[in-house]
Design a protein around this ligand. Sequence first.
Ligand code: SF4
Length: 378
Amino acid sequence: MQEPHSNLTEIKLKGLYIHIPFCNQKCPYCDFFSILGRPISFEEYLNAVLKEIELYRDIYNFDLQTVYLGGGTPSVVPPKLYDTFFSELSKIVDLSKVEEITIEVNPESYSKEDFKQLLEIGVNRISIGVQSFLEKNLKVLGRKHTVKDSLRTIENASKVGFENISVDLIWGLPKQTKEDLQEEFKILKDLSVVHLSAYLLTVYEETPLSQLVEKGFFKLPSEERIEELYYTLLEETEKLHFERYEISNFSKGGNYRSKHNLLYWRSEPFLGVGAGAWSFDGTKRWSNLKNLTRYVELLKRDALPVERMIELNERELFKEKLIMALRTTEGVPKEWIEKKLPPEVVKEYFRPTEGGKNLAFNEKGFLVSNFLLAELID
Ligand code: SF4
């Protein structure tokens, strides 16, 4: 086990990600670290997380702008525990400059009362794992919640006063048609939602879904169908005035862009705490171990639960920066692209941004971004 460098106080960590690795179900497509059981209590886990942050305070400077509770399913934890957590957290790090506190919520978890408590704690952004507004798609994805659960959750969050509500949608499902996707947007149109994360269904190795695909029980759509769905998604988001600012993320105006995720895409230093969380300090990435009991034990002994560390050299840092920035519509300095790709390719797949200083993928470019990135980082 390696420890991060011992004196890096000149680095300012701008984002804090807190991983809540508990779930009430395991979805077949998911490759996030989470567990179904409760080998330790929520309180014990959150205390260990606080201890971890305290240990990093001696190594890094914190200049926190965002806090993000992700998972797993952060909404399996009752809000009153987050209340205690945040009051303890404010004794460890300065939260006065934090502009955005997000919590990921599963549609069946929180009541109106719970949302009220979250608002009082200072949470100001809710990200709801809707995945689809069509019952048949939820079945295909193996989700337990219903469309009604999602609608009620959005309504509850909005009614108690949350303005910044995001929903996740997954597209590219077997047999999904253009009309299916249009139907999703007909429902979304009337909801108080200002941010949308629309992810193409990805088959990750070692997930139950990858086995189903391998055995031929789960047939992914053809490339032509994916392309059709992709352009439908762009049409529908535009109709509802959602602006795309990242490959899979759309918001109603600049104010509702995810400030926390923008830190990742701009390669800013952030700390990820909790079992299985990743961090980046500007030159290296590291991840925590994925064993909850061990995670807690180590922190009780004042030891950092780091499992893996990757030091990045200049070239690797450049590649990462390029890949991350090209996910966004801000793009990268145009020289980075022009020196690697022929002018006709640049013209076809990129567009100028930031007053002509940068180049970002255009709609066609995002669709084939994997191929173009492979050329760019070669
Ligand atoms: S998709 Fe969400 S709820 Fe499902 S297993 Fe993954 S983290 Fe848990």
